[in-house]
Write a protein that binds this ligand. Sequence first.
Ligand code: THU
Length: 129
Amino acid sequence: MEEVSDLVNAAIKAANNAYAPYSKFKVGCAIRASSGKIYTGCNVENVSYPVGTCAEAGAIAAMVNGGDNKIDEILVYADSGILISPCGACRQRIVEFSDKNTRVYLSNKDGVQKIIEVEDLLPYCFREF
Ligand code: THU
């Protein structure tokens, strides 16, 4: 997936920084915002398990703090054979900063496996109207 190799590399770098001593499952997320800037996040677990945060949440927080609020592309990466996909809560987080053109890339250790539209990630989602 040539055109998102920068996002793949950024997400791999983020995953290497993940704090996942409980699940041992390191995840990285890279966002290309509408400004062109790339933001990353990793999962940060906690001994009180529900307190842990997903890589997507970290990347979105970094994006908002960086002054962006529109996701053009978001890539989620796990160094695993299984295909990783955002959890329900993160789907709602992604929708908040997406539009019809936002693309979601799902990537594992073998590279990008799937490209999906936000509409398909969270159909009939709750949006302001
Ligand atoms: N995780 C993410 O960071 N993003 C996802 O899309 C799915 C799951 C994290 C949460 C937890 O730290 C670990 O992966 C195992 O579920």
